[in-house]
Design a binder for this molecule. Structure first.
Ligand code: ADP
Ligand code: MG
Length: 293
């Protein structure tokens, strides 16, 4: 491969909204036979909204739970966190500030915690969850079967609410998966979210291989596992939780609207909010090779 051909491909990529960090990445992308997609913010738009709040009968009212949860999520850059904080601000009303959270901590792939008004508040996903009262367990099942993502709010260690947030699969995801298959490339879904929500999105995107409930380090391990089985793997992701997987993959692609950490760990940044760019990037490398030969 001549430097000129790489340079031309890099320029063409830029026109298509595919930013390539170093030309050598094209050579690795050309050999890829498996594309692993993150779910939230990648196959889906990541523009989540709060769709349902379920509280335990003997606990604080929904408005109070939302205010405390929103105060903690204010510090989060995860799509779930942004949805919860936005809903809390709307609920609080115009000009009413949410309380401040102290000791804010974000655990990628798990959730957030902090102290608000003297209480220990945690908003967490399926993984870190303690035992749940029936009313919350039912809310959780309901949400997951509707392909929503449900998180639990804990106050001082006690589960008091389930918040369900909804997200939509990008229309371009299904098309991209189908076109990749036509190019001989298999698609895999890899998410930290629960199995029901993962399955629902996989079905909509036309993906049959699904790994759900995977922690950030686990995401990287699944990539290495595929590589050990002889696969050449590209990873597409947007979050802090995807950074390790993006780094170990033969080729990492970050969503331009994603977090800086993901972009920093990736070889390619997809500027447009469109999964067609993944297919175009592959086609670009194959075309480049043809011109070189
Ligand atoms: P994905 O792999 O689909 O992008 P993540 O790994 O980012 O999903 O998140 C996995 C799970 O961790 C989420 O489904 C959610 O349950 C929980 N989670 C992550 N960040 C937050 C947050 N800021 N607030 C609440 N829950 C969160
Ligand atoms: Mg994500």
């Amino acid at each position: 491969a001549t430097p000129t051909a790489f340079l031309a491909a890099t320029g063409r990529g830029a026109q298509l909204g595919i930013l390539i960090r170093e030309p050598e990445a094209l050579e690795r992308l050309r050999q890829v036979d498996t594309v692993v997609f993150d779910k939230t913010g990648t196959l889906t738009t990541g523009r989540m909204t709060l769709v349902e709040t379920t509280t335990v009968p003997e606990g604080p009212a929904a408005a109070d739970v939302l205010r405390l949860a929103g105060a903690v999520e204010h510090g989060s850059e995860h799509p779930i966190g942004r949805a919860v904080a936005a809903a809390a601000r709307r609920r609080a009303g115009e000009g009413v500030a949410l309380p401040m959270a102290e000791d804010f901590r974000a655990l990628p792939g798990v959730g957030v915690s902090g102290r608000v008004e003297g209480r220990e508040v945690r908003v967490i996903g399926p993984r870190g969850r303690s035992a749940l009262p029936d009313v919350l367990r039912q809310a959780l099942d309901r949400a997951e079967h509707a392909a929503h993502t449900a998180v639990v709010v804990e106050l001082d260690g006690r589960a008091v609410a389930v918040l369900a947030v909804g997200d939509t699969v990008r229309p371009s995801s299904y098309r991209a998966v189908r076109q990749l298959r036509a190019l001989g490339i298999e698609s895999v879904l890899l998410t930290g979210d629960g199995p029901a929500a993962a399955k629902a999105v996989a079905e909509q995107a036309g993906i049959t291989q699904v790994h759900a409930g995977v922690l950030p380090q686990g995401k990287a391990e699944i990539i290495t596992g595929l590589q050990a089985a002889g696969r050449r793997v590209a990873m597409v992701g947007d979050g802090v939780n995807d950074a390790a997987a993006l780094a170990v993959a033969d080729l990492g692609m970050a969503m331009g609207a994603g977090t800086d950490v993901a972009i920093g760990a990736a070889d390619i940044t997809l500027v447009r909010e469109d999964m067609a760019a993944v297919v175009e990037a592959v086609r670009l490398t194959r075309r480049t090779l043809r011109t070189i030969r």
